[in-house]
Ligand binder design. Structure first.
Ligand SMILES: NC(=O)C1=CN([C@@H]2O[C@H](COP(=O)(O)OP(=O)(O)OC[C@H]3O[C@@H](n4cnc5c(N)ncnc54)[C@H](OP(=O)(O)O)[C@@H]3O)[C@@H](O)[C@H]2O)C=CC1
Ligand SMILES: Nc1nc(=O)c2c([nH]1)NC[C@@H]1CN(c3ccc(C(=O)N[C@@H](CCC(=O)O)C(=O)O)cc3)C=[N+]21
Length: 309
């Protein structure tokens, strides 16, 4: 249990959950599964990542994904298209990737430029290759509890793994998720429901988010607002998972282009039982789960037994 965490430094100091170390272990396991697939079945899992435009942050993520993909022995196919690419052209590329036998997983980096309907793009991805788990078929499977046949969204799955490692059985615990996006908040709620938590989803119309959080044994912050969740919203001993990735402008106070989460970390760590840092928390887990999903997708497409998750 909790090998990937440092011990509490004393009263009032939370365990800092080491997502980076956990993700490294996970990628090690994926690398062994890739070796076995190659040796036993002659299959090399392949992941295609599609980026439209030149958003600096997206370029960094895409580069990091492609590096980690090859590190575990998988094939990486990167498609970078100019920002003015038309929707039809992108849909054509997705269809080609759908029918390419070397490609087992497809990720279209979001957000897409405004002139492209991202729902249409996601709907066009073969659900079997949808390693992001964003397609309605996969969302539907998760919502109906058919988790073993779904592709599970990487970030929520990474959060679930960190929580399982930290807490073990979560039955009956109160979980508050701040944020209701299709890519983080909603699937996170489904996974915590599957863990038998009592789940509350808070959002921009919630009346008193602080009060909702104060009742929670588990708080997952996925808001997209730097240090939105304050320390005095956290119940003493609660587990706090910070999904937020916000790069402060160099000219902001405490700025220097620093990366901060959606939780005021220095405040919350005085109260929480355990907390994920940013960077080094949920972010690296997202990429590790993406690689694991690609192996799962490759196994299903080849009709060979998939690794237990
Ligand atoms: N670590 C990782 O791997 C990943 C990190 N992220 C990060 O996670 C964060 C969330 O991402 P994502 O879910 O895509 O974001 P979205 O912008 O899609 O969703 C944000 C959610 O937060 C809610 N919200 C916004 N402002 C408030 C407010 N003032 N009070 C209460 N709720 C509010 C919104 O409510 P409403 O629906 O009412 O508008 C919405 O549901 C971002 O920082 C993103 O960068 C995202 C993906 C992966
Ligand atoms: N189709 C699609 N799928 C995604 O999964 C997806 C996406 N689009 N669009 C953008 C968001 C964001 N996201 C992150 C992944 C890794 C880190 C990560 O590794 N972060 C490091 C720090 C990286 C840094 O220094 O910038 C960390 O938190 O330690 C962060 C964010 C995936 N997303």
């Amino acid at each position: 249990m909790s090998q990937a965490s440092t011990s509490p430094a004393g009263a009032g100091q939370a365990t800092i959950i080491d997502g980076k170390a956990f993700a490294e272990k996970l990628r090690g396991g994926v690398a062994r599964q890739v070796d076995a697939l190659k040796a036993r079945h002659g299959i090399t899992p392949g992941l295609a990542v599609v980026l439209v435009g030149e958003d600096a942050a997206s370029q960094v993520y895409v580069r990091s994904k492609s590096k980690k993909t090859t590190e575990v022995g998988m094939q990486s196919f990167q498609h970078t298209l100019p920002v003015e690419t038309g929707e039809d052209e992108l849909l054509d590329l997705v269809r080609r990737l759908n029918s390419d036998p070397q490609v087992h997983g497809i990720l279209v980096q979001l957000p897409l430029p405004k002139h492209i309907d991202s729902e249409k793009v996601i709907d066009t991805i073969d659900p079997a290759k949808d390693v992001d788990g964003f397609h309605v078929v996969n969302a539907g499977r998760i919502a109906t509890g058919a988790l073993d046949r779904a592709m599970i969204p990487c970030t929520p799955r990474g959060c679930q793994m960190l929580l399982q490692d930290q807490l073990g059985d979560m039955s009956g615990k109160r979980a508050v998720i701040v944020g209701r996006s299709n890519i983080v908040g909603k699937p996170m709620a489904q996974l915590l429901l599957a863990e038998n938590c009592t789940v509350t989803i808070a959002h921009s119309r919630t009346r008193d988010i602080a009060a909702e959080c104060r009742d929670a044994d588990i708080v997952v912050a996925a808001v997209g607002k730097p240090e939105f969740v304050r320390g005095d919203w956290i119940k003493p001993g609660a587990t706090v998972i910070d999904v937020g990735i916000n790069r402060l402008e160099p000219e902001e106070p405490g700025g220097k282009g620093r990366l901060v989460g959606d939780v005021a970390f220095d405040e919350a760590k005085q109260v929480a039982g355990a907390i994920t840092p940013v960077p080094g928390g949920v972010g690296p887990m997202t990429i590790a789960v993406l690689l694991a999903n690609t192996v799962t997708a490759a196994c299903r497409q080849a009709g060979v037994e998939e690794p237990a998750r």
